[in-house]
Design a protein around this ligand. Structure first.
Ligand code: HEC
Length: 68
């Protein structure tokens, strides 16, 4: 798949599954846990491995397993 196609797919998945709590990459529930580079670095989630693990395994209240 071309890079643009991956980006389109990712945007659809994010809009469908994540914007409820992370609209515009921010956080409506947990302060200091936005998807900004600063917060991700501070929370040691600044790698694709860490983000994949978090989203795959879930963390309350993100306690679901996404099927992509
Ligand atoms: C039901 C609300 C909810 C939904 C929907 C949700 N999240 Fe979260 N997300 C949270 C909460 C709450 C945290 C903070 C968890 C914690 O205590 O560390 C979080 C944390 C994160 C973090 C770590 C942020 C940081 O700075 O440490 C990432 C990355 C993340 N979410 C990605 C996603 C992605 C990608 C999706 C969609 C697939 C998603 N989230 C959907 C509530 C949600």
């Amino acid at each position: 798949m071309a890079a643009d196609a991956y980006a389109d797919k990712g945007e659809k998945i994010f809009t469908a599954n994540c914007t409820g709590c992370h609209a515009h990459g921010m956080h409506h529930i947990a302060l200091g846990k936005s998807l900004s580079k600063g917060d991700l670095t501070a929370n040691k989630r600044n790698s694709s491995t860490a983000i994949i693990a978090l989203v795959t395994n879930g963390k309350s209240p993100m306690h679901w397993i996404i099927q992509i």
